[in-house]
Design a binder for this molecule. Structure first.
Ligand code: SP5
Ligand code: ZN
Length: 342
């Protein structure tokens, strides 16, 4: 399997995040991608390719144009306003406030275009976001051009980013971008299978009213886990999308026995939908030692995930999302990929 990777992710470094009432170094850090890349090499998964350049047209197919236009302006505006370090929002247009009026100043705009304080911007963030997007599109083209599978080693991740909001370490929704790109390239139906520990709220929001992109999400129950306000089992899609969004919320402490039964059910629904291509939002924060998560998957479980997905017999693109136990992130992420290939 080919991997697409860009070193430009590394400029998205030194971010800060609010955790348990304290501002601390971000869990979503450069070593994540470097350790996965090293494991791709040591496991001889296959060649590692650089991304092809892409303009932002494919991003505008799933994100609002004003949101995409805003992203590259954030850090220059932050510095222009006399600040350095991490640009982070602190005010949001919640229920009853004016979320329809675009404000004018950088602090207000950060809140206007986000749902949490978890998508910090530093100097290298925009270049990293753009490179992550190019990685996804380049890997997507490999599968479109006949490879059975490919691995987009995206960093930063994307599944929490919605049509006009960032959050949860995510800015451009790479999985949504490539799903739409496959549609635009002639695929009739695309399935997104999101196995990250957290609900892919951005992906769900983008495709909720559409029947041409099926979204299946396995995640911790939003009643008790981030991102809290989306991802319940009764969210099944609306309008033309009715029945094409499926959520599998699971409790804290979920083991592979329970989790893999949900995966099996999701794979059955996916097979019945018969998509032309599968996009896997590959998070490995389901791991028992993940520092911010509460599931109990073990290293040996990850190859079994890949094996189950391979049994679908469909062209499959893996897009990297979360996973914060950096010591094992390479073993677990690449474990899924080698399990797929066996
Ligand atoms: C892509 C992805 O996996 N994003 C995850 C974003 C999670 N952000 C909120 C984390 C809250 C962590 N609080 C846990 C406290 C444990 N000390
Ligand atoms: Zn996650």
């Amino acid at each position: 399997m080919k991997t697409v990777y860009s070193p430009l992710h590394a400029g998205h470094a030194g971010t800060m995040e609010l955790n348990s009432g304290e501002l601390m170094p971000g869990f979503e850090k450069p070593s994540r991608a470097e350790i996965i890349r090293a494991r791709v090499e040591s496991e001889k998964l296959g060649p590692i390719l650089a991304p092809e350049p892409h303009d932002l047209a494919a991003a505008r197919r799933v994100h609002r144009a004003d949101y995409i236009d805003f992203l590259p302006t954030i850090y220059p505006a932050w510095e222009e306003s006399g600040r350095s370090g991490s640009a982070i929002p602190f005010t949001w247009p919640t229920r009853g406030l004016r979320g329809d009026v675009r404000p004018e100043t950088i602090d207000a705009l950060l809140g206007f275009y986000s749902f949490d304080a978890g998508a910090p911007f530093v100097k290298g963030t925009w270049d990293a976001i753009k490179s992550s997007y190019e990685v996804a599109l380049t890997a997507a083209a490999l599968v479109k051009n006949g490879e059975r599978t490919a691995f987009a080693l995206c960093r930063p991740p994307g599944h929490h980013a919605g049509d006009a909001f960032m959050g949860g370490y995510c800015y451009i929704n790479n999985a949504a971008v490539v799903a739409q790109w496959y549609r635009d390239q002639g695929a009739a139906r695309v399935s997104i299978l999101d196995v990250d520990y957290h609900h892919g709220n951005g992906t769900q929001q983008i495709f909720y009213a559409r029947g041409d992109v099926q979204v299946l999400n396995l995640h911790a129950d939003p009643m008790v886990e981030y991102p809290f306000f989306l991802g319940h089992a009764d969210e099944k899609g609306e309008g033309a999308g009715e029945g094409f969004n499926l959520n599998y919320p699971m409790p804290f402490g979920t083991t592979f026995e329970t989790w893999s039964a949900a995966l099996d059910d999701a794979c059955g629904k996916l097979a019945a939908y018969a998509p032309d291509v599968v996009v896997v939002s590959l998070g490995v924060d389901t791991f028992e030692k993940d520092p911010i998560s509460q599931f109990k998957l073990k290293c040996a479980d990850y190859p079994a995930i890949g094996c189950r997905i391979a049994k679908l017999g469909l062209p499959t693109l893996f897009v990297m999302e979360g996973g914060y136990a950096v010591d094992e992130i390479g073993v677990n992420a690449v474990g899924v990929l080698t399990g797929f290939e066996e």
